[in-house]
Design a protein around this ligand. Sequence first.
Ligand code: HEM
Ligand code: MTE
Ligand code: MO
Length: 479
Amino acid sequence: PSALPIFSQEEVTKHRSLKDGVWVTYRGSVYDITEFVAIHPGGDKILLAAGGALEPFWALYAVHNQEHILKILSEYKVGELSAEDLKKQQTLKSSDPYSSDPERHPVLHINSLKPFNAEAPPEILSDSYITPSAFFFKRNHLPVPQVDPASYRLHVEVLPGRVLTLSLEELKTRFPKHTVTATLQCAGNRRSEMNKVKQVKGLNWGIAAISNATWGGAKLRDVLLAAGYEPEVAQWARHVQFEGLDRDVTGTTYGASIPINKAVSEQGDVLLAYEMNCEELPADHGFPVRVVVPGTVGARNVKWLGKITVSAEESSSHWQQNDYKGFSPGTDWDTVDFKSAPAIQELPIQSAITTPADGAVIYRSAEQVTVNGYAWSGGGREVVRVDVSLDGGKTWQVAQLRSSDKGQPDKPSPQPGQAWAWKLWEVTAPLPPEAQELEIVCKAVDNSYNMQPDTVAPIWNLRGVLSNAWHRVKVEIRE
Ligand code: HEM
Ligand code: MTE
Ligand code: MO
């Protein structure tokens, strides 16, 4: 029984601004979250719920249905909602915006169901050079939009007010089709390792928020040229903005942008992809059209693409401005200034061990151990070496790299600056005679001689992005 006051809905609704205070209700309780608004990781969207119920918003942004978030909320409790008003709320039950999401393979490890975020078990990842679409990681911020391919239109605005509109058929027939094999990695890949240092905010990704596919589509460069991109535009243009067709409750779409140079460069290989692994793009990966920006963080590879705009400014979207940025380990939510850091574009060098799994057991009678993994670097930089240690980093050996499936001949080397796809690697070594445990470590080197940092703590950041320290797994040796 709480000693807190009882409020009517009318009273709660009076608190809809920072000036009058921001109140919300949740499951019959009333919260004054005025102080929390400025430090909310999801930005000022939170104000949409001001004066009303959180439930319909949290049905859409179901990332909130977690213990630690309910705990934050509980700190702001100021009272109870009157029984009569609570009953009225319950008759307003909203329908589930995720009810038309596609089916997914049950083998995926789900990090969040609504929106759907999932990754493959690591051992599946290194079993094929091209990740089958069903096992390709899925990272959605919103419900999957249902797009009718017949009425689909892509709007391309190069000069203000002059819009080229393309149907799916026109995109496929008016422009030559290119295929590019490119690895996509979420900025949050391996975030769970940062969580072990100190809690960060974000989905708890393991090592498989990275996958490799062959994408087919029109070159963004060709489409921009057809839409009127010319030297005069190059004088003022700095960015290309993309808008998705997935929307939140206010109708705001997912959005991001990339630098214009990447978009128009012949060597940039940016695609408006309508095929993934030789099939039509699956619903989860952006059907009917997505942007593929090789070498660039997943967040800029906008799915369910609706609009392209050439601009002097970056995208103003939440995900470009107030998320997907890196900060010092000394910066926390009370001191962070998102304007002070650039948006992540190219990603740093990365590698991880896919097998054996952490905690696996190897029997002495096996005499040897085989270690598998992946390695990739952003910006088209090629992975040139992976070092593997079985003793926590004291001694090292060089892994064998491949850019194809096991037993298949390697692909020809990419041009410098166009190494968009990962390499898989493998080491087989005798078990050290005395050891009862192995601490297996890997680290990769790219052709700029960029290397991974050895530990996580010095690269910890409040959002848990860019997690690329040496990957370590412990394995027990049993007699
Ligand atoms: C993210 C707390 C209300 C929209 C988050 C996160 C926290 C949080 C802790 C980070 C989650 C994570 O990534 O692990 C809260 C609390 C709320 C509240 C305590 C109420 C008092 C709202 C409302 C909205 C909203 C009402 C929308 C109208 C979002 C969005 C994100 C977010 C869009 C980012 C999700 C993403 O990364 O894709 N919130 N939130 N939040 N929140 Fe809230
Ligand atoms: N595009 C739209 N329209 N909506 C999204 O939520 N998520 C982005 C990007 N493009 C997203 C999007 C993020 S953060 C990543 S990591 C990649 O898509 C994931 O692509 P995938 O689901 O095909 O692996
Ligand atoms: Mo992402």
